[in-house]
Ligand binder design. Structure first.
Ligand SMILES: Cc1cc2nc3c(=O)[nH]c(=O)nc-3n(C[C@H](O)[C@H](O)[C@H](O)COP(=O)(O)OP(=O)(O)OC[C@H]3O[C@@H](n4cnc5c(N)ncnc54)[C@H](O)[C@@H]3O)c2cc1C
Length: 346
């Protein structure tokens, strides 16, 4: 029987996969795809406060209120970050964590994370203030974006990926820029609110403003779990801690709000008085502002076939993009393989 020759000269698996967005989601996906042997990825992007990945905390913390499948994405992320933590250039560090709960944990609380993190234990009441219902001690992972994003970029480029800095108004514009490509990944974060052929009205900006405090007490994370949203996230390689937090819906201001900063210092001081002074010297603090790419109803992670193209969407990770990153990348690799399977098994 004669074998039919495909009309396109470039085999499916060798056509560039195009990723829109060079945040943690787009870059982690590019790395994982390239490691699986897929062809070069291009990740257009730029940098301002709405480029969330540059400004994150960024701690691995088990999310509450999520499904088992979503938890597993966090588990995969933890596994990959743990492996990366062996490389000092990755900006990923293992740190101790102390999590204080205002109330008894709900059945779908972050407690599931005890099966993932190391050295988990319930703390004795003598170890934490009486105002808390209970507290957990464990080891977790923190990622310093100022080191991790350049590291990831270098890894993607070393594996043959390419970055292209360009703003697009629609996915259609990308299809026209890359007519040979069949797989497009939309990892544009908040960009999906404005892309003409996405216009996802569930997306919304959630402003964060953190204080960076220079200190050598930077090896333990403190986290207040409850109504008062407070964290002290260590950055051992940058010699300091991140104090937060605040979530301001639909606020896009790039101006530092000193009242917020003072409130965060006060709350962090209450949580970890031996790390955060009540009145830190001005020269020991600086401010970080970033916009979380949030989405009502949770993030979007799916694959849609449109003619010959497969369009994968991965955006809306709000305050958890780092904790989900490599799990999402892994899920996208599987979706790409599924698309490959449909296209090459003829
Ligand atoms: C203050 C703060 C603290 C945080 N702390 C944590 C934490 O402790 N743990 C955690 O897991 N997460 C944390 N996060 C959340 C985390 O930063 C985000 O969830 C994550 O960075 C989202 O990544 P992303 O790749 O989806 O989006 P982004 O990083 O926003 O990247 C989107 C990319 O798309 C590009 N893009 C968008 N539109 C277009 C367009 N039209 N054309 C071309 N390019 C476009 C952008 O330029 C950018 O490259 C924090 C965030 C903030 C702000």
């Amino acid at each position: 029987m004669p074998i039919e020759t495909p009309s396109h000269p470039t085999p499916f698996s060798q056509r560039p996969i195009i990723i829109l967005g060079a945040g943690i989601i787009g870059c982690a996906t590019a790395r994982q795809l390239l490691q699986h042997g897929f062809s070069r990825s291009f990740s257009p992007g730029d940098q301002d406060i709405s480029y969330a990945s540059a400004w994150a905390g960024a701690a691995w913390h088990a999310a509450g209120g999520i499904t088992p499948d979503q938890r597993y994405l966090q588990v995969i992320t933890h596994r990959i970050l743990l492996q990366m933590s062996r490389d000092p250039n990755s900006g990923v560090n293992i740190v101790d964590a102390r999590e204080f709960l205002e109330k008894e944990p709900a059945p779908d609380s972050a407690l599931w994370g005890r099966t993932v993190v190391s050295k988990f234990r319930e703390m004795d009441p003598s170890e934490y203030p009486a105002e808390f219902h209970c507290a957990w001690a464990y080891q977790t992972l923190v990622t310093d974006p100022t080191r991790h994003m350049p590291y990831l970029r270098q890894q993607v480029e070393a594996l043959g990926g390419q970055f292209l800095r360009r703003r697009v108004d629609s996915l259609q514009q990308l299809y026209e820029m890359f007519p040979d490509s069949r797989i497009f990944i939309n990892a544009s974060g908040l960009g999906s609110q404005k892309l003409a052929d996405v216009l996802d009205d569930r997306c919304f900006p959630e402003r964060g403003q953190n204080v960076f405090l220079r200190t050598d007490q930077c090896h333990t994370m403190y986290f207040r779990n409850g109504q008062e949203y407070t964290y002290v996230i260590p950055r051992p390689q940058s010699g300091g801690v991140i104090l937060g937090g605040v979530k301001q819906q639909d606020n896009l201001s790039s101006e530092v709000d000193l009242n917020i900063a003072q409130d965060e210092i006060t709350r962090a001081h209450r949580l970890a008085p031996h790390v955060v002074p009540k009145y830190p010297a001005d020269e020991t603090i600086s401010h970080i502002i970033g916009i979380r790419p949030s989405r009502r109803g949770g993030y979007r992670l799916d694959s849609v076939q449109s003619g010959q193209r497969t369009i994968l969407s991965a955006y809306g990770f709000g305050g958890g993009g780092y904790a989900f990153s490599y799990g999402v990348a892994d899920a996208l690799v599987k979706m790409v393989e599924e698309s490959e399977r449909k296209n090459v098994i003829v």
